[in-house]
Ligand binder design. Structure first.
Ligand SMILES: [Zn+2]
Length: 445
């Protein structure tokens, strides 16, 4: 028996034995919330620690602790000080980095709040947080020590916000925990919020692969009352007093609904265990956004609520890129030609083998010519008149189609139409489905 065990240990990949830290050895069943400020301009960036909070039970992964599934545009790592061993790591993207690509970032330095959760350490640890540039090269880093007995680690207080469970995926250890937070709902609109949150859950679970795997998700809705109804609309001169300060016109783009008050968001949901946040904003106006491992934010009452919510959650949960392109100048520097993007559903062909090359039917030309029907504007207009076969062909026929990631040239997508490309197409493409499934497995297996 002993010999068999040692043989098994020998056969296990060395990396598994060497790298995979045990949760219980290093962490206690609690959460350390770390608040940072990312600041800079289009040319430089720096990171500052603002505060630390101990919150409730740890809802995140207890396996695959040291390796993020995707690289993201930044990473946070917990290190053992003596050995430098990685005890926990996660990746993310940020609103700050999106802002760095705007013209305003050439003119002024600005600061953005960011909050992260890591498991609460049993002994002093080093936290290393870094941002990477569009070439996937680290461009800012902060390392600091956290001592678990530090008296200035704030204790999360009861915020009084009501929580309702909308879906149950099992224990915190096994399930993927999502919280849906109210924004722009007054006290008298509490019932509407819980009803809207249930619609959000239903929208998510109506789409594959979430439909098949809904038993692995726990969804809780948290009601944080706002003083006024609806988000701010600066373009119309309307500023409202709301729970987490959301507003349209982010970066002067009228449809871009976000909040820069991430600390308010984390304060509002601090009594609830979670891994992903959906901020549901009480408005009929079209708008929303999704940032990988940061936040999904979504207006509640527009007719496109269901597909857009799922699209944005595709960004925030699955790390999926937009598969659409703009026929205009000025977007040519987001995915440079010499760098393979980390997002699983687009490629610059620098390292296509790491993407969906294994799924491509033999003999598929690269790049793949699009069907005559496929011209972005046209296909959106005529989508509802297409038959199921034509729709399926556009959604399922794998290739390497040029035009994705906001760029008409040099960035390629897996299919002609996908949930990550146009609102009219309900379904994710096979590559996006595989990527989401891989992420669900990463959390739960
Ligand atoms: Zn796709």
């Amino acid at each position: 028996m002993k010999r068999l065990l040692s043989l098994i240990l020998f056969l296990l990949p060395f990396s598994v034995l060497a790298q995979e830290p045990s949760f219980d050895q290093y962490f206690t069943d609690a959460t350390l919330r770390l608040d940072y400020v990312f600041c800079g301009n289009s040319a430089e960036q720096s990171i500052y620690l603002q505060s630390m909070t101990r919150t409730g039970d740890w809802a995140g992964r207890r396996k695959h602790l040291a390796e993020p599934l995707l690289k993201g545009n930044g990473q946070i790592r917990v290190l053992e000080p003596r050995t430098g061993k990685v005890l926990y790591a996660n990746s993310f993207s940020t609103l700050f980095q999106e802002w760095q690509a705007t013209p305003e970032a050439d003119e002024v330095n600005r600061a953005f709040e960011n909050c992260f959760q890591v498991p609460f350490p049993k002994a002093p640890v080093e936290i290393e947080i870094s941002l990477t540039d569009i070439h996937n090269i680290p461009c800012a880093m902060l390392t600091h020590t956290v001592r678990p007995d530090d008296i200035l680690i704030r204790q999360q207080q009861d915020n009084g916000n009501q929580c309702k469970e909308l879906a149950w995926g099992g224990s915190l250890e096994g399930a993927i925990d999502i919280v849906i937070l109210s924004e722009g709902y007054t006290s008298s609109q509490k019932r509407k919020f819980f009803s809207d949150a249930a619609r959000a859950r239903d929208a998510l679970f109506a789409h594959e692969p979430f439909a098949s795997r809904k038993g692995e998700f726990t969804i809780r809705a948290v009601f944080a009352p706002s003083q006024e109804s609806g988000p701010s609309q600066p373009g119309k001169g309307e500023w409202n007093n709301t729970a987490v300060g959301s507003h349209f016109d982010t970066f002067y783009s009228d449809r871009y609904l976000t909040t820069s008050s991430m600390q308010k968001v984390y304060d509002a949901i601090g009594n609830v265990p979670f891994e992903h946040v959906i901020i549901l904003v009480n408005t009929p106006v079209y708008g929303g956004g999704g940032i990988y491992n940061s936040v999904t934010i979504m207006g509640s009452d527009h007719s496109t609520f269901r597909p857009v919510l799922v699209h944005e959650f595709g960004h925030a949960f699955g790390g999926l890129a937009d598969e659409y392109a703009y026929d205009s100048e000025g977007n040519d520097c987001i995915y440079p030609a010499d760098t393979e993007p980390w997002e699983p559903n687009i490629t610059t062909l620098v390292y296509f083998e790491s993407k969906w090359a294994d799924l491509l039917p033999e003999g598929t030309p690269v790049p793949t010519p699009v069907d005559p029907i496929e011209r972005q504007q046209d296909v959106r207009r005529i989508w509802s008149s297409l038959g199921p076969e034509a729709k399926a062909s556009l959604n399922l026929k794998l290739g390497v189609y040029e035009g994705a990631g906001y760029q008409m040239q040099g960035v390629y997508r897996p299919v002609q139409e996908c949930r990550m490309r146009i609102n009219e197409c309900e379904e994710f493409c096979p590559v996006c489905v595989r990527a989401i499934n891989a992420m669900i497995d990463y959390y739960t297996k």
